[in-house]
Design a protein around this ligand. Sequence first.
Ligand SMILES: [Zn+2]
Length: 474
Amino acid sequence: MGSSAGSVLSPDEEARYGARMLYELRRVDLVLEDPLIDDYILALGYRLVALSERPEQPFTFFVVRSDEINAFAAPGGYVGIHAGLMHTAESESEVAAVLAHEVAHVTQRHLVRAYESMQKATLPIALAMIGAVLASRNASGDGAEAAVIGGMGLLQQQAINFTRHNEYEADRIGIHTLAKAGFEPQAMADFFARMGRATRSNNSIEVPEFLRTHPVTASRITEAKNRVEAIRRDPTKVLEPAANEARFRLMRERAHVLTSNEPAKLADSYRRQLRQAEPGRAASLRYGLALSLLRSGQARAALGEFDTLLRDAPNELAFLIPRAEAQRLAGDAAGALARLETLAEIAPDHRAVLLAYAEALNATGDKAHGQRAMAALRPVLAKHGADPTTQAIFARACELAGEDARALEAHAEVALYTGRPYDAMEQLTRLLERPGIDYYQRARVEARIEELKPYMAELERQRIRKEDQEQRRG
Ligand SMILES: [Zn+2]
């Protein structure tokens, strides 16, 4: 590698910088915060990581709320995949192929090597800017765009562009991981080829971002195909099919609907598609229809579509959870709560079920329900404490239950995980001044403040450096 030890990031620094990038993306509302999609993409990602070159490396997978066809990896094993890429994929193996490629960038430490050419001090700023850059591409106006031009966009480019050799290696290693995990290895070549064709055949379509950073060449597709042949000839590679196409199609439509800004229009489009759908595609299109009806305020119509779906799959949680929400919004809050309570008993470890149950309890505004919601969320918090959605629902439950100080703690966590660390620190500090907080809570809050101090000091240092740079440029 030939670099001085000081220029390489420590694993701790990598993890902190990657986390900060995720928080920045949340601050600009670019992370799809949905427990069902979250669980899906985590399971898919971890299946690949377990068979990667470095299964011990921590990873965080998330879906970016954007129509762009893109995916990227950041330090600390943070891998983002855009809803637009999921929507373009025709099979679960194609999504897995892209994830396996990004996982390989991380396991082969391409990121760290790319960063060695950058000044260490500028790296966290560059990472923080990824959020702003993505947000500006999504924004319709050009105000946001202008804000990130002026050097920062360039930093971001440097931060995520790999060498051609890196890309070749990520393809090569990614495809082996893909095959070992039981996905269709041909999917990598298929996806690249389809993207390449779509780009060439229609010049009015913008080149997908993923292709800008991952140019598809004939040799790249040929190499992927040759590797598939080699894998197929090797008798030690017994491929247990792992792809679950039915689940993939549901989650693909779910990500599409939750990303859309025009759910009512989308509902019309799903209705049209449903009229001509082959039987195999009908369920996922009807799911898209039901969700877009729910999102556009047509709860009663959504309820009917969910009931149709449940006739063929009465235990599908991806149907049952939003169905309860539709029931509540259609005016039957008690019935919805009763159903979710039953689901929480049947699936006591299921995060999406417990969050929906707690939200339904909170919606009643009842103190005893707040207490029940707090109890229901404790196991979720223990496992997913760094999830702002869980913390926000927990905060509301605490308020209802009359536990105001505990609610403030949870609000501070929400602030931290959504890119507002100064707010978080201020809330925690003010909490200590409140009369009547008990010994345990004081100890917990003090410990949390101590934990966050190095992080805050780092932000403080980097802010000063950033201002320095701006002054020099001006
Ligand atoms: Zn790549």
